[in-house]
Design a protein around this ligand. Structure first.
Ligand code: ADE
Ligand code: ZN
Length: 342
């Protein structure tokens, strides 16, 4: 049978690259601002939406950090996370690994524990009520210094049981991985998994740095790795997952046209690519919309769609039995759809 939009929407999925602060929909932003007595710089939801036009990553980040200012109480973090999780459920996402940016909150006087508390309470409810499993990854803002990252790691270590990994995000160019070598080393010694944004706007050297200096288990984005044949060989050899975000890439001008997005080339060169939504409230689509867009633009086969999802289950930090369950769910789905996956 052939792939249809409906089958893509029903396909079991995992999401491995999702910034919870990037799921703040304009409507919720206004509700939280109202609840917290905050005056936004935009007069209406429509005005705010109209501002979602970005020339590059920094343009977007400026608005993204502004949006975080409506998150004040623990319940705000809960409501934000729960809204995403309910959406994820409707998109047949069975497992999700969520980033949050502690320094975007502690830097405005919001305690680490308050943000963590609201997010993890929603994640617990999602597992209990929706059967949706998750892991939480705290990201270091790379435009801030290593001392701030070390302090953030100290805070994370007080809540080790609720955190799976450390990540690295924010403005890439000019903030190379080597700045965070020591903090990542300490985090990994403490048992955290490591991931890092690399090769979104930054050069292939930053991807090498993420591998060799930060000891990552996944590369977030990784688009520019394709410029370096030796790096591609290394990523293929190590089966290093890339958490690719097509609509984000389009909205931030990492690609100028989805028809020229490198996802298909990544698969053809043997890279372990996955599809993710990054900051869906800002980039015009959640996970299903990302799959639908690349399927249409790149004419992906059912085997390629299957590989993308299977890669994300394999690359997840879900524990062994859960991972196997997820893979079995995908196998059963492909069989029931009559997909050729070999
Ligand atoms: N923070 C949120 N989204 C991001 C992205 N796409 N790249 C870097 N930092 C981010
Ligand atoms: Zn990201």
């Amino acid at each position: 049978m052939t792939v249809t939009p409906d089958s893509i929407c029903r396909m079991p999925k995992a999401e491995l690259h999702l910034h919870i602060e990037g799921t703040l929909e304009p409507g919720l932003c206004f509700r939280l601002a109202d609840r917290n007595g905050i005056k936004l710089a935009y007069g209406s939801v429509a005005d705010l939406k109209a501002a979602y036009r970005f020339a590059n990553l920094q343009d977007f980040l400026d608005l993204y950090y502004q949006g975080t200012h409506v998150l004040i109480e623990e319940q705000d973090f809960y409501d934000l996370t729960w809204a995403y999780l309910e959406k994820a459920r409707t998109q047949t996402i069975l497992h999700t690994e969520i980033f949050f940016d502690p320094q975007a909150h502690t830097g405005r006087g919001i305690p680490f524990e308050r943000a963590l508390g609201g997010i993890t309470r929603a994640l617990g409810d999602a597992e209990a009520k929706l059967g949706l499993t998750s892991n939480l990854i705290f990201c270091m803002l790379r435009h801030l210094d290593a001392a701030s990252a070390e302090r953030t790691l100290d805070q994370a270590l007080e809540h080790k049981d609720r955190l799976a990994g450390i990540g690295l995000d924010s403005s890439e160019v000019g903030h190379p991985p080597e700045n965070f070598k020591a903090v990542f080393e300490r985090a990994r010694k403490e048992g955290f998994r490591a991931v890092a944004h690399a090769g979104e706007e930054g050069p292939p050297e930053y991807v090498w740095g993420a591998l060799d200096l930060l000891g990552v288990s996944r590369i977030d984005h990784g688009n520019r790795a394709l410029e370096d044949a030796a790096l591609v060989d290394r990523l293929v050899r190590d089966r290093m997952p890339l958490t690719v975000c097509p609509l984000s890439n389009l909205k931030l001008s990492v690609v100028d046209d989805l028809a020229r997005h490198p996802l298909r080339e990544m698969l053809e060169r043997g890279l372990m690519a996955t599809v993710n939504s990054d900051d869906p409230a800002y980039f015009g689509g959640y996970l299903n919309e990302n799959f639908l867009a690349v399927w249409a633009a790149l004419d992906l086969s059912e085997g390629q769609l299957f590989t993308l999802v299977r890669n994300s289950f394999e690359a997840s930090f879900a524990e062994g039995a859960r991972k196997q369950t997820l893979i079995t769910r995908l196998d059963d789905f492909a069989k029931s759809e009559g997909w050729q996956t070999g």
